[in-house]
Ligand binder design. Structure first.
Ligand code: NAD
Length: 450
């Protein structure tokens, strides 16, 4: 009952209890009552989260538009709708996922029974980034609650409207003694990280990932780090370059390039480098028209600092399309750069914006060597008709995910684990993998005494 005196009183209590130690103590006390363990509580929370997303979707779409210029179509698909799908998949399977799994027992122990039981961990800290500020806060929360934990959620201060909307609305729908939202930037996150958690789930960059893991080490807290990096798109001769260009462009330029699994650069084998240029120009035009600045489907750069960083990269190759920008509106046109040297600045770190370099390599061996000389990517994309190439890329490279013929889409397949390896992160989530991430897999052996 928003606006009632009881609601007002609770809001005042929340306002005075932003002290991180108090917040964590509160949700820990809730966990210790045991009320988050029954399946019924977990399903009720997931259904309440679903209701929040459906009933307040206008608020969230407006916030995402204010923060990132996200269109309603894109925000519905990749943020609100994404989390609703994750909830539906989880609700449909949770009872089965939580069933103890029987395990075989060696003859020497017989008679006896063995099983694996998924135990909730306790209090989970979720630290979210700004680029998909709703999805990357709430999809981990789905897993944490489904596994029977309580949670503290720290949204990104760089998406302030979405952060404020979650902080205001989540307590109205979810068990407010079990889920706390703490807004803030570095100071607030640092203070939170001093507390003891039972799991920390961090999405963002690797520099902060190291800070998170160091803080977690003090309490021996396990971490999941969902990080980023440069995800290549390998293109082999023989692939349909029209379709290839469309699928690369869509993945690269959605959310104005600010997608952790966006194809970061094209690794074009042989003659495909030159042939792809015209196809990418056509693909960008088909997506956003002659002037993307006036197309509401095209997003904006999150802030001026990132806008400046990105425009500094535009000289690193021959501009095939795009290159125009406007700092005041944080606009940067979808840009394709050709003839890019592997030594150019644009090839040194994750671009995280609407700039797509094409780097040429002579053959598949050179492409594989190029990938393996660098940090392990969060995603590897390949466009090829050759089963042998698919086999070689599967066996001879390491990446968080590997996708043939598409970009970005693997994270929307709920039965696939999502996560990185090496510099792109550790751990995984989505669907049943979230249950394993946010549970302890307890070994239970039961032998009759007599
Ligand atoms: P960000 O700046 O929003 O930071 C992420 C979180 O870390 C925020 O909540 C922020 O408050 C907190 N933070 C920042 N500095 C901190 C500090 N010194 N100490 C403690 N906490 C701190 O987001 P970002 O890092 O710019 O996000 C972009 C990066 O995230 C890219 O590298 C991208 O690839 C990666 N990413 C990965 C995934 C994934 O699922 N693997 C998803 C999205 C983004």
């Amino acid at each position: 009952n928003p606006g009632s005196s009881a609601e007002l009183a609770r809001t005042l209590v929340d306002a005075v209890s932003v002290d991180p130690a108090t917040v964590v103590a509160r949700v820990r006390a809730t966990f210790e009552t045991g009320r988050t363990r029954p399946l019924a509580w977990r399903l009720a929370q997931l259904n309440a989260l679903r209701a929040l997303l459906v009933e307040e979707s206008d608020e969230f779409l407006a916030a995402l538009n204010a923060d990132l210029g996200k269109s309603a179509t894109e925000a519905q698909r990749s943020e609100v709708g994404f989390v609703v799908n994750e909830i539906d998949h989880t609700v449909a399977h949770l009872e089965q996922w939580l069933r103890p799994r029987p395990a075989g027992v060696p003859a020497a122990f017989m008679p006896a029974e063995a099983r694996v039981v998924r135990d909730p961990l306790g209090v989970v800290l979720i630290i979210a980034p700004w680029n998909y500020p709703l999805q990357l806060a709430l999809a981990p929360l789905v897993g944490a609650l489904a596994a029977g934990n309580t949670a503290v959620l720290k949204p990104s201060e760089m998406a302030p409207a979405t952060s404020a909307a979650m902080a205001r609305l989540i307590p109205r729908y979810l068990d407010r003694e079990a889920v706390a939202v703490v807004e803030g930037a570095v100071a607030e996150t640092t203070a939170l990280l001093e507390q003891r958690f039972d799991h920390i789930f961090y999405t963002g960059n690797g520099a902060v990932g190291r800070i998170v893991m160091t803080a977690a080490a003090k309490h021996l807290t396990p971490v999941t780090l969902e990080l980023g990096g440069k995800s290549p798109a390998v293109v082999e001769p023989g692939a349909d370059l029209t379709v290839t260009a469309q699928r690369i462009a869509r993945g690269r330029f959605q959310n104005a390039g600010q997608t952790c699994v966006a194809p970061d650069y094209v690794l074009a084998i042989g003659a495909t480098a030159a042939a792809l240029e015209a196809e990418l120009v056509t693909a960008v035009r088909a997506l956003y028209g002659e002037n993307p600045a006036t197309n509401s489907e095209y997003g904006r750069i999150v802030n001026e600092r990132h806008h400046d960083r990105l425009t500094a990269l535009l000289g690193d190759g021959r501009i095939v399309t795009g290159g125009t920008h406007d700092r005041a509106s944080r606009y940067l046109a979808p840009t394709v750069l050709a003839d890019v040297s592997p030594e150019a600045p644009v090839m040194q770190a994750e671009i995280f914006g609407p700039v797509l370099p094409i780097v040429g390599v002579p053959d598949l061996d050179a492409a594989i060597a190029f990938i393996n000389e660098r940090d392990k990517p969060l995603a590897l994309y390949a466009f090829t008709e050759s089963e042998e190439t698919k086999q070689r890329l599967t066996e001879e490279t390491s990446s968080g995910g590997l996708v043939f013929g598409l970009t970005v889409a693997h994270l929307a397949v709920p039965e696939l684990p999502f996560g990185g390896v090496g510099e792109s992160g550790m751990g995984r989530y989505h669907g049943e993998y979230s249950i394993d991430t946010f549970s302890h897999l307890k070994a239970v052996l039961d032998k009759p005494i007599a």
